[in-house]
Ligand binder design. Sequence first.
Ligand SMILES: CC(C)(COP(=O)(O)OP(=O)(O)OC[C@H]1O[C@@H](n2cnc3c(N)ncnc32)[C@H](O)[C@@H]1OP(=O)(O)O)[C@@H](O)C(=O)NCCC(=O)NCCS
Length: 163
Amino acid sequence: MEPSDAEALWRWNHDPDVMRWMSDGYAQPLSQVRKRLEERPRNAYGEVLYGVEVLTDAKLIGLVRLRDAEPEAGRAELDIYLGEKEYWGRGYGTDAMRTICRYGFDKMRLHKITLTVVTENLAAHRVYQKIGFVDEGRLRQEFRRDGQWYDMFTMGLLEGELR
Ligand SMILES: CC(C)(COP(=O)(O)OP(=O)(O)OC[C@H]1O[C@@H](n2cnc3c(N)ncnc32)[C@H](O)[C@@H]1OP(=O)(O)O)[C@@H](O)C(=O)NCCC(=O)NCCS
């Protein structure tokens, strides 16, 4: 991700459809998003962030991240979102998930990748299950949106389980 990607990131973060099932924190001005990208530490074991690009259109459509990895634990937490909605439902999320998981297992030698997803986020849950993630627990009333509480699944994928 480059500082020049700030405008796209800012736009995605202010799109209620994209952020529907994601923690959005406090709104930030574009200048702050750009500063954050400029000052972001380089990718390293503890946090790796990559843009998801459609090769044929040379267009940035989202991002994937592995974070909170520790070599002793061999485990990392995964985040994904595609901010360009017209690219949803075309297999890019599945492809990006497979790629970043392969990267985690092969390059970082992780043993396990975990994530959390709001139980109502059916498309995301479907993608995660499709590539091998399994539900490991249900966090009751973990996510609040528009005055309502929702449960979340914690999911896990072990080395060798990626499909
Ligand atoms: C979740 C997300 C990454 C999925 O990416 P995508 O490119 O749209 O996903 P894909 O096209 O690879 O696959 C979508 C799958 O969900 C299924 N799906 C879509 N809507 C669905 C619904 N309402 N109910 C059940 N399944 C649904 C599709 O049929 C497809 O499964 P299939 O291949 O078995 O047919 C993307 O939509 C996104 O970034 N959404 C907004 C941010 C977000 O929610 N991120 C995840 C936070 S945990």
